[in-house]
Design a binder for this molecule. Structure first.
Ligand code: PAF
Length: 285
């Protein structure tokens, strides 16, 4: 059955009010649309963990530091609704912009610490935009749990931090990155790659995976990162924006994998900025 598409907060509250009266646990899967199998995996996880599932689709202008990126962001509401139809989603919330940012909107949610460095260093204001819209979507949907992909690992850490700091009554569930058969992490940005660039794109994951294995096997971190950087460039990427080993729990920089760690990277291919990250097994573990 096709889920109702709601564009006004009053409609959303009428529905979630009924669900709450029935004692239902509500899950939300926040998205910006252009849905792919990674989003659909979040929806499946949400279905398994809640009584009612809301998918939100809102291309949030406040998290784009580059107007060109915002303009090029794919808007595919019709095909998104078709993809969600077989999954038994209970509602799709596609808020009109004034439902998120009403006239005079003047509040920013800003998370320090985990939002610094990595994408935060290269996309000024990005995580303020994410934290602000996610706070609103969690509150508007009255969700008891919310599902985010580990592909945007820093975003997941920012959301966990804000929920903890603001005592929002929501469980944040992180779900593993979904990959193509050749290792490329699913992303709506992949659509912007030319066929030749698409063929080269798996070099990013391959380099991260090899470096994580090497570091877990006891290789020196600096040497493994240098080798990975070289492999990404040799694989056809034009530039590596960052490539860093960080604590999986706090995102603090690590010089050695002596705590649960994550290797995170952003790199440019064919003018498209791709990000990816992998867990690093403890050295010698
Ligand atoms: O990951 C995304 O698609 C967006 O950053 C999110 C969480 C929906 C907020 O706009």
């Amino acid at each position: 059955m096709t889920a109702p598409i709601l564009r006004r907060l009053s409609e959303l509250h009428a529905l979630t009010g009924r669900w709450q009266a029935e004692g239902a646990r509500i899950a939300v899967v926040p998205t910006m649309g252009a849905l792919h199998a990674g989003h659909l995996a979040l929806v499946s996880a949400a279905k398994a963990g809640a009584d009612r599932v809301i998918v939100t689709i809102f291309v949030n202008p406040r998290q784009f530091d580059n107007p060109d990126d915002l303009a090029k962001y794919p808007r595919t509401e019709g095909s998104d609704a078709e993809k969600l139809a077989p999954l038994g989603v209970d509602a799709v919330y596609v808020p009109d912009p004034d439902q998120i940012y009403p006239e005079g909107f003047a509040t920013t949610v800003s998370v320090a610490g985990v939002s610094e460095g990595l994408c935060g260093a290269h996309r000024p204001g990005h995580f303020d935009g994410v934290a602000t819209v996610v706070s609103k979507l969690l509150l508007q949907t009255r969700a008891g749990c919310a599902f985010f992909g580990e592909k945007d690992y820093q975003q997941l850490m920012v959301v966990r931090r804000l929920v903890r700091d603001l005592d929002l009554p929501v469980e944040i569930v992180g779900c593993p990155t979904v990959r193509e058969a050749d290792g490329l992490a699913l992303s709506s940005r992949n659509q912007r790659l030319s066929p030749a660039a698409r063929a080269r794109a798996p070099a990013l994951f391959a380099a991260l995976d090899a470096a994580a294995g090497a570091i877990g096997g006891g290789a020196a971190v600096a040497a493994a990162l240098e080798e990975a950087r070289g492999a990404i460039l040799a694989g056809g990427f034009a530039a590596v924006e960052y490539l860093e080993l960080r604590s999986a729990a706090t995102l603090a920089p690590l010089a050695a994998a002596d705590a649960p760690a994550r290797l995170l990277a952003a790199a440019y291919l064919d003018g498209v900025r791709l990000i990816d990250n992998v867990p690093v097994p403890p050295a010698g573990g």
